[in-house]
Design a protein around this ligand. Sequence first.
Ligand code: UDP
Length: 485
Amino acid sequence: MASEISQQHQLHVFIFPVTAQGHMIPMINIAKLFASRGVKATIISTPLNAIAISKTIDQDRLSGLDINIQTIPFPAVEVGLPEGMESVNQITSPDMLPKFFLAMSMLQGPFEKLLEKYHPDFIVADMFLPWTTEAAAKFGIPRLIFHGTNIFSHCVAASLKSNKPFESITNDKESFLVPGLPDKIEMTISQVPEHIIGSDSLYSAVFEKVRESEKKSCGVLANSFYDLESAYADHYKNVLGIRAWQIGPLSLRNNDTLDNVQRRNTLSIEGHSILDWLDSKQPNSVIYVSSGSMSKLSSAQLTEIAIGLEDLRCSFIWAVRKITTGEENFLPEGFEERMQGKGLIIREWAPQVLILDHPAVGGFMTHCGWNSILEGISAGVPMITWPMFAEQFYNEIFVTEVLKIGSKVGAEEWKDWVQTADVSVKNEKICKALTQLMSDDGDENKEMRKRVAELSEKAKSAVREDGSSYVQFTALIEELKMYNK
Ligand code: UDP
């Protein structure tokens, strides 16, 4: 194991993710990345989440990485949440959200005890734990922020927040310019997150704290790479004055781990190996459909997707993950029998990165979570974008208008993720968008495939030893070493 700093004091980092899959996955990869460069990495988590990640961390330790987990009890019952609820992904109703945020803020005391005991050299903490900056400062420890998204979306949000270009708009469908950005970016009010427009939502208060903590932190670690959004990285630094290190795509660092090899051999649904099924398909002939780990689609919307997929000529893998309880019969009668050989439905956790990387997969309909988009880019797969909440509408613009590696399905309205929209996109639109993406015809399609293939190569180059993400990461470690001299 390369341990460039083992001769001196070994740097020690605390990595503290919010307990949501879309944040834990990349932050665990950050911990592994630090450990692979000789930094001792301690992941801070809650007891049940620690159990869930312990296998992969144990494997890393066996392979020589200095990586471990420290747990803090999660006060679910104390704030009125069900016992055992420790993950954002378990939230099923809007009233649970403020309680979850309250429980997260109550982690400060126990976290400070860990800081006092172990005194790490620096902390990488999730954006949704803004109080970690203050906690770290009490012990003279620098804190870096991980947002889980790209830099483009920060630039858009910052412009919206400070310029309020939507204020003069009266019609939801009328587009307006988001001023001061490297590209001409237009949006409609219905695409803008509620907390940007209003100031009385739970999120407005949360994001206010996040912005305050950003000002007092040392900078941002971004799961992105310079070539992907260089104009926005420069804007972030030069115009918004925020330091960032682009160290991704983080999913690429996991490619050849034992973890993935073992997963490859065990992945199956109802006795069929997903990857064997993909092996039986022609290159670029399968579309992968997923709405991430948190989206709460209504049964009616899932039915529309099912009909759209049935009408489609090509094969598909659909990661359904219906999370909200209630009516489960969303599949049209006989759907699964009719789809034998044509489509796989995954109700559990899908091996997304392995699926996207398979040569048979030639398209990805995504909810525009940033991890998913970057995984799609890394795999060189063009996308159909279906944003729903958080910064996903910004990401859609980035994919379809800035990078030009995808097309929109036609979702128009931002919704808080705990609210289930009835039907936002009808089956005809879904089928049309997917058919267009998967068809061989048309220069536009060919250009799109070419562009995403080029970006995939650039993504892989970025994480190689002389690549931009590798170099930026080295620079960060060097700077942290200087801090601790
Ligand atoms: N993911 C997965 N299998 C699933 C659902 C999600 O592996 O069935 C992974 C996906 O690869 C990504 C993360 O979960 O790394 C989801 O993060 P993203 O930012 O795309 O969306 P979120 O779930 O946070 O909305």
